[in-house]
Design a binder for this molecule. Structure first.
Ligand code: 13P
Ligand code: SF4
Length: 304
């Protein structure tokens, strides 16, 4: 307990000495979220990263998020406190494989989910996140679209954009994709009066049961404004943890106990301290790759 208090104090002290800003995704642990200046979903954090007035940014999330922040603000020093924190879904599409798909559908425009590498973004027309994917796809002046890498978000967008022909990549998020309709049926038997709020990275068979579908920030907002009292949350455990603290009069249950992203949970307070103290985990992006990736992310921010 004392160690925990000391480490927190040291982080806060170094943070103000260095004029650093700490960003955290909703899926981080409560301990990390508590010492952060901003907590948000992918879109909110990328907007903050683009406009932040600080030269030293510690990004508590996974690699593609810190990389996107560096692409948006190349003059700033961006740190990923635990460099092992990657996103398995982002690794499911490579530049080479995407080039092959582009050759197969030469008329198609490429929309890449921000959960992708800088290399993949650099050969995409535009990025999207889970909170703006439908809007972005609808805003594109082409009928044919290649959507990478999440097959579930892609299928969800496809169902809401009937005028588009969307070619899906077969990537998926292990944390959301592992839940099946049978798991949903069993949790609903346990909490029959609860509303089911689900992230679009879940399988279509799971989304079918949902009372609300949205990004992490959209789910949080919807729970805040809802008149309902009990919710089953179909996204990563960190969202349930934040909601339980923020809205103590309401009840939140995770859709399935397996919904914990190992990579998001790699970042500990000791890692945050190291990145402030020893300048550990600095992210660099080759400017040749960053140029086009930047256009794809900025274009997304502008349209959302
Ligand atoms: P959002 O932050 O857009 O909800 O995405 C969830 C996610 O999986 C981030 O890795
Ligand atoms: Fe990647 Fe899924 Fe973890 Fe998000 S929750 S970082 S998409 S593995």
């Amino acid at each position: 307990e004392q160690d925990f208090k000391n480490i927190k104090e040291e982080i806060l002290k170094l943070k103000s000495e260095k004029n650093a800003v700490i960003l955290a995704h909703h899926y981080q642990s409560m301990a990390v979220k508590e010492i952060s200046d901003y907590v948000g979903d992918s879109l909110e954090l990328s907007k903050i990263a683009a406009n932040i007035d600080a030269n030293y940014v510690v990004f508590c999330g996974v690699h593609f998020m810190a990389e996107s922040a560096k692409i948006l603000s190349p003059e700033k020093r961006i740190f990923l406190p635990n460099i092992e924190a990657g996103c398995p879904m982002a690794d499911m599409v490579t530049r080479e494989k995407l080039e092959e798909m582009k050759a197969e559908f030469p008329e198609a425009k490429v929309v890449s989910y921000v959960n992708s590498s800088a290399e993949v973004k650099s050969i995409s027309d535009i990025c999207c996140t889970s909170s703006n994917a439908v809007k972005i796809v609808n805003s594109i002046d082409a009928k044919e679209i290649i959507f990478v890498p999440d097959q579930n978000l892609g299928a969800y967008v496809s169902s809401l954009c009937p005028d588009k022909t969307i070619h899906l990549w077969r990537g998926f998020c292990p944390t959301h994709h592992r839940v099946s309709k049978f798991d949903v049926e069993s949790v609903r038997l346990k909490y029959p009066n609860a509303k089911l709020y689900v992230h679009p990275e879940c399988r279509p068979e799971v989304l079918e049961f949902a009372d609300f579908i949205g990004s992490t920030a959209q789910i949080i907002k919807a729970c805040e404004t809802s008149e309902e009292h009990t919710f089953i949350i179909g996204t990563e455990q960190g969202v349930v943890d934040s909601l339980s603290v923020a809205l103590p009069d309401k009840k939140f249950y995770i859709m399935d106990a397996s919904m914990v992203c190992k990579n998001m949970k790699r970042t500990r307070l000791s890692d945050v301290l190291l990145s402030l103290k020893e300048e550990y985990g600095e992210i660099e992006v080759d400017e040749k790759v960053a140029v086009n990736a930047r256009k794809a992310i900025f274009d997304m921010i502008e349209r959302s």
